[in-house]
Structure formats: C-alpha cells, structure tokens
Write a protein that binds this ligand. Structure first.
Ligand code: PA5
Length: 435
C-alpha cells in the first residue's frame, strides 16, 4: 500500500481517455528526463533529492540549531517561491496555533513571514509584536533584487543592528540567494553573513526542498531528514515511465483531459485548515508554470467545510467549468470522541461515541456525492497521514506532475515572463535607475 494514492474514479474520465494520452505522457517524461524540453536548464529539482549538496545541508541543520537556541523569534523574508514552501510545511506539520503556544510547548522560536507584501501596517505591526524578543532573520531571494523582500530586509537589518550592534547582527542574519550574482549576494559577502544558495538550475517555485525551504522548516523543529527521505522515495515512485503505475503522471494526464473538455478551473480542496499554505504553494507552482501563451488551468483553492458555506453553491450549481482535487488526509494528527450530553438540546446525541474526524470524513463523502451529482469531476489524493515523510513525497508528486502537465500543455513550465514584467514595471514606476 502506497502512502499517497490517487483515485480518479469520480473524475468522469474513462480508462480509454488515459490510454489515448499515454504516448504524450511518455514524450513529456523523456523531454524532462533527457533535458530536451523548454526550460530544461531549470530542471535541477528532478534529481535533487538524491544529489543535493550534503555540506550545505549540514550547515542548514547547524544554523537551525543555533537559531533555535539564541532566538525567540525567527523572521523569514521572501516572496513567492522564496517563502510559500517553507510556510506550507511549517503550517501543515506543526501545531495549528504554533506561534501562540507557550515557548515550552512550542519548543522553538515563533516564526513570522514578511517581505511577501508591501503593507506598511503589516511590517510595522510585526515590529511592534516582536519588540523586546531575541530575533534572527533569514532573507531569501534568488534574484536578490525583488522589491518586497528587499524593503523588508532593509528595515529588519536596521532593527537588528540597532538592537544588537553590527557585530552580533552578523550572527543573526542569514541569507539565501544565488551562488554568485545579485545585490543580496554582494551585500552578504561584504557584511560576512552566513549564506545559503538557491541552486542555479532550480527556479523559485521548485525550490522548497533546497535551503530556501529547509532552513525555516528546520528552525520550526521539523525533521528535514524525513522530508528528504519522502522526496527521495517520491523521486523513485514518480520516475516510473508507466502511466498505469505512476500517480503523479496520472494526475497530470487527467488534468489535461479535463482541461480539453472545458474544465478551466481547478480547485484544490482540503478538510484540514493547516493545509491552507500548501494550497497557496500549489497555486503558485501550477499557476506560474502553466499560465502562459494564452493557456493554462486557473488554480484556485478552498478550505472545507468552511468554504462549503460560501463557495459550495457555486461549485454545485454554477458554470460547469470547475473540477476539484481533494487532498484527503486519512488519519488526523489528533482526534477526540464526542460525548453524550444529558440534555441533548442540540439533538446531536446520535453522534456520541463517534470522533470529530469521523464527522469530517462524512462531510467529505457527502460533498463528493453532491458535487459529482452536480457534474463536477473530482480527483482524490489520499494521504495516509500528514507527516514529514509524506510531505516531502507530496511536494515531489506535485512538482513532477506540474512539469509533465506543462509539457502536455505545450508550454515552458519553468519560466515566469509575466512575473518579470510586473517587477520591471514596478521598478520603472518607482524610478529605479536603469529601468
Ligand atoms: O517562482 C518564481 O521564480 C517566482 O515566483 C519567485 O519565487 C518570486 O518572484 C521571488 O523571486 P526572488 O526569489 O528572486 O526574490
């Protein structure tokens, strides 16, 4: 039994449809593995779980231990692929109220993300929140020139230098950036900050398993060895050139068939609110990889049951252009049995003896029945348990399917010309020299 499995029996896709696309999936696989497809210079993530730089990996562990010892607060500065993966992992695997726990219970620093917007109140209120606490910061930017993290870094660098003095600040500032170029690299070398690299051949949205994601994840106390083990097994399992056996390729193929049938919106849903940022990470991965050349499935997300009370109506009865992919966590982290109530004023005694997760699963089954009866294809991704191992494997599952899906669509899944366009315009409007 595999710890992650795909069930497409509710997707309205017949086996012959998958059979028809098999040949194209094989071509996409070869393009990716032989580095013959567009964007092949950014496919370093394909073999990364087995070929990563072990020295840098050990430095990540050492730095994370140091930060866990000397900091009450850890600030992660980055945007897009430079923060979504770390946040996705930290929120999916830690306590739902991690930052609000007592320090004994949390057993690690509070972790906040900044530099992913340009809101003055967000930045200033964060500074207010952390005042008086010992902090370290990790600025992450592959290009080293992105405006949002650059502004936040300037502010937090000044804060940390004023608080500790320039020398001690060096012990508390960590930079993750390109190995050679960019303003951040230059600054880090000049100031002598500990620096980690974003590999040249891995783009931002595929970088979670590098130091980009691993340093913040390790600081939160999670076991990064297990994450990499899961990714390594994912690399094996999702490297098999056989559509009948490879769930990652099945997911890519089904999405493609559905897209060609007019399903232009995919909604990634989950019944665990802690997966909110995993859904955000997935949106960036698929949105930036596929949304180009006037093509692409619009990736959206919903958190159930919460959003069944807002978006449920539209999914059930609106235009038939949506399909859903449900992340179903089979075993919750913790659970609780509902007790009998003497008065039974709410009439819920019929549930006594059942667990909360039992109710959650019935909500999932009921929603699946409703939405499929409304003609909405559902793909189900069953995950035995959300732990470090399965998280690493799931990341690789999505990355691999996204690359195959992009090639099936006929786009370069590794560039992001649209994002660059906005960045350039913003520089121009702000009066940056040279733009
Ligand atoms: O996937 C990408 O490459 C982008 O979304 C980047 O992650 C994002 O724009 C941040 O860029 P940088 O890491 O260069 O600051």
């Amino acid at each position: 039994m595999r710890s992650i499995s795909l069930d497409y029996t509710h997707s309205f896709i017949e086996d012959y449809e998958l059979e028809n696309i098999k040949e194209y999936v094989n071509i996409a696989h070869n393009m990716l593995h032989d580095k013959k497809g567009p964007g092949s210079e950014y496919t370093g993530w394909v073999n990364y779980p087995k070929e990563f730089d072990i020295d840098e990996y050990e430095r990540v562990k050492l730095a994370s231990e140091k930060i866990r010892k000397n900091s009450e607060v850890f600030i992660v500065i980055g945007i897009g692929g430079s923060y979504l993966g770390a946040r996705a992992c930290i929120e999916a695997l830690n306590h739902n109220f991690y930052n609000m726990l007592t320090s004994e219970k949390r057993n690690g620093p509070e972790i906040y993300f900044v530099g992913n917007n340009v809101s003055s109140s967000y930045i200033l209120e964060l500074l207010e929140l952390i005042d008086g606490k010992d902090i370290s910061i990790n600025t992450i930017s592959k290009s080293g020139t992105t405006t949002e993290p650059a502004i936040a870094f300037r502010i937090f660098k000044e804060y940390i230098e004023e608080k500790y003095g320039k020398e001690e600040a060096k012990n508390r500032i960590y930079i993750t950036t390109d190995s050679e170029k960019g303003a951040l690299k230059e600054l880090a070398s000049k100031e002598g900050y500990e620096t980690f690299t974003v590999p040249d051949d891995i783009g931002g949205r595929y970088s979670i398993l590098t130091s980009v994601g691993l340093l913040p994840i390790a600081v939160s106390g999670l076991n990064i060895d297990e994450i990499m083990n899961g990714a390594k097994d994912g690399m094996e399992e999702y490297g098999v050139l056989d559509l009948d056996k490879n769930y990652s390729y099945q997911y890519a193929a089904i999405r493609n068939v559905l897209y060609r049938k007019g399903k232009e919106i995919e909604m990634l849903t989950s019944y665990e609110p802690s997966l909110f940022y995993l859904q955000e990470w997935w949106k960036q991965l698929f949105g930036e990889s596929e949304g180009k050349d006037l093509k692409g499935i619009y990736p959206s997300s919903a958190s159930f049951t919460t959003d069944l009370h807002s978006l449920g109506q539209l999914i059930q009865d609106g235009r038939r252009n949506i399909f859903e992919t449900v992340i179903n966590i089979e075993e919750p982290k913790v659970d609780m049995i509902l007790k009998e109530d003497k008065e039974n004023l709410d009439g819920l005694n019929f549930l006594s003896g059942k667990t909360i997760d039992f109710v959650n699963k019935k909500a999932f089954e009921g929603t699946l029945m409703a939405h499929t009866s409304g003609g909405v294809p559902n793909i189900i991704l069953n995950i035995e348990k959300m732990n470090e191992y399965n998280f690493g494997k799931l990341i690789y599952f999505f990355e691999k399917s996204c690359a195959i899906s992009g090639y099936l669509l006929g786009v370069n899944p590794f560039n992001q010309p649209g994002v660059e366009e906005y960045k350039k315009n913003m520089f121009k409007l702000l009066g940056k020299p040279g733009y």
